[in-house]
Design a protein around this ligand. Structure first.
Ligand code: DX5
Ligand code: ZN
Length: 225
């Protein structure tokens, strides 16, 4: 692969211990995390409710890591720029939730953040073809969104490859993020397929040492860094 790649580990705080979230974030900072992945769920688009704007605002003031907000909400266009105002540097919206992707992506960028489009496991790559030119990154879900700790869907590897090809053919500067079921065993294969921002929740926070877990994931990708 000829283009420069910047492989980053994105710890998902969904699996963190919220009673000591600050400590957990400091640990992943020390481990060398590239961004902090924040899962926003509304109990409507996905069957779970998590966190929203006030938490993002507090996190932005607390951590030096860029906040990568993954909006698993209906009508994300109504809220996307509010997450930028709250301090998110990356905001992604699901293609399945937004019939006005162009408008939402442009609004996120105009507000000063990187704009991402997310694909559920059964949503075809072609559904983002027209949106690619307006996006900074595409997030490929490798589990069905809603919960941490699910099993990686292996067909996601080929999906990442096909998406990478589609982006490269158009000579676009769009990064690929992958989210769901990533651990030390499969991280190499998803990076080899073309993913650059690697979300991991349970593989980091369901351990005794989140700092070491991030380091181990980074070490597994060292040949691409
Ligand atoms: C799932 C979320 C993920 C989740 C990943 O809906 O989008 O970010 O936290 O957790 P793991 O890495 O445990 O699959
Ligand atoms: Zn996520």
């Amino acid at each position: 692969m000829s283009r420069d790649r910047n492989i980053e580990i994105a710890p998902s705080i969904l699996s963190a211990d919220f009673s000591c979230l600050g400590d957990q974030i400091k640990a992943v900072e020390r481990g060398g995390a590239g961004v902090l992945h924040v899962d926003v769920m509304d109990g409507h688009f996905v069957p779970n409710i998590t966190i929203g704007l006030p938490v993002v605002k507090s996190l932005a003031a607390f951590t030096s890591l860029p906040l990568d907000t993954h909006l698993m909400i209906s009508e994300p266009g109504r809220y996307a720029t509010q997450f930028v105002e709250a301090g998110a540097q990356m905001v992604s919206v699901h293609v399945e939730a937004d019939p006005h992707l162009h408008r939402t992506l442009m609004a996120i960028k105009a507000a000063g953040a990187h704009a991402g489009v997310v694909l559920n496991p059964s949503t075809p790559v072609v559904s983002v073809e027209e949106a690619l030119q307006f996006a900074d990154y595409v997030l490929v879900m490798s589990v069905n969104p809603g919960f941490g700790g699910q099993k990686f869907i292996p067909q996601s590897i080929d999906k990442v490859k096909r998406l990478r090809r589609m982006i490269d053919e158009r000579q676009l500067n769009v990064r690929i993020e992958i989210d769901g079921g990533i651990d030390r065993k499969n991280i190499e294969i998803v990076v080899a397929a073309g993913a650059e921002i690697i979300v991991a929740g349970s593989a980091i926070f369901d351990t005794h040492d989140a700092e070491a877990a991030v380091k181990q994931l980074r070490d597994a990708t060292v040949q691409w860094v």
